[in-house]
Design a binder for this molecule. Sequence first.
Ligand SMILES: O=c1cc[nH]c(=O)[nH]1
Length: 432
Amino acid sequence: MFAQKKTSPNIQCIDALVPRSLIACGKGLLQAQITEEGLCPLRMHIKDGCLNEIEVIQHSKESSLSLLLPRLIEPHAHIDKAFTWKSFPNFSGTYQNALQANLEEQKGRTMQKVRDRAERSMKLSLKNGIRAVRSHVDSFDSSGQQTWEVLKNIKSEWEEFVELQLVALVPLEYWTTKRGKDLARQVSAEGGLLGGVIVPPYHKANLRELLINFFCLANDMGCGIDIHVDETSLTPGGGIREIIYVLEQIDLDIPITCSHLSSMGLLPSNPLKLLAERIASFNINVVALPFTNFWLLARSDKTSPIRRPIAPIKQLQNAGVNVAIGGDNVQDPWYPGGNFDPLSLMAASMAFAQIAPWNRLGLSTFTTGAARIMQLEWDGIIDIGCPADFVLLDADSWAGAMSTPPIRKVMINGHWIETDDLSLKEGFLSHA
Ligand SMILES: O=c1cc[nH]c(=O)[nH]1
């Protein structure tokens, strides 16, 4: 099924269907066919780890080509607690019980346990076609220090294969303490981001003070911010309004990402539009997290929820906000499913949020939008000179790719990766 060949010792070609919305506008590509799903049949010439030439090819209904994408991005994960569901389940599925089980799990954390979970997360990410992961890290006190230490090592061990960004996740109050400030210095030195949580009840005066302290600390340290905001169905948009109130008082020179923004989706359309415009005016990025939100929020024992709290992805995009979609928790007290599979997340997002990958803005939530949030070196646009960093799917249409998570091959800098046996990292790169 996968069509590849070598045309000379160091040039190889892949004939594939490539999303039109990810191809830089090359004059030579204007005559390329475009399928009804927005896919162009192209011959990709790869040399010295980069895309060297893009050639238009003919494609008929009978000839079957595979779908080729830039490797994808996980902009919001928790690899330190992934796979803890078995020991710390949360059968009630409530936010409160998730938090309680999470805190229980932290008490018995060892460095080995964190390493095992993180390695499993990174292996799955690589195998499933992910090139970068941003993980929030429970960073409170001494267990947090140990977790951070392990993940710092994992980050450098994996850098050749998957870029790992780390966000220190602590209560906002922690950033006012001496320990918090020491942690911020450490995170800054290690190139990480500062994080936190804002959920109701919102005590405005106190929250504003905490936010000013947090923003100024991050700014002084030169650290980006990625904060859990409004993961709730109560007081719609209450936390993000306070963030904006504070941002109006201070000047910041750091990137800001708000993850979740779930309750904002419950606002009526006019206030929602105005709030989205204010979010855009402060260049705040948003990461929507449908799996965890649909599982935890708007719960009641006897009714199935009809109105679902989730970031209003399309309204935010229409207002000019950069939005990505993340997988969030994987098999932990916050969500029992998930597998670091971006294709499964894409398929679920079709149902959760009517996000279609043949739509440019829809696809951007997994590709260019997510790359911008993580400030990755490559924006994910397929162009001459871009890295040959691809995932090739055993599917010849978007519908096929979304119906069952497809078998896939992963290429990094022009080399196919052997992902069948992920026990040894050294064995990943196939130089054949
Ligand atoms: O792990 C966490 C922590 C907060 N909120 C989540 O959804 N997951």
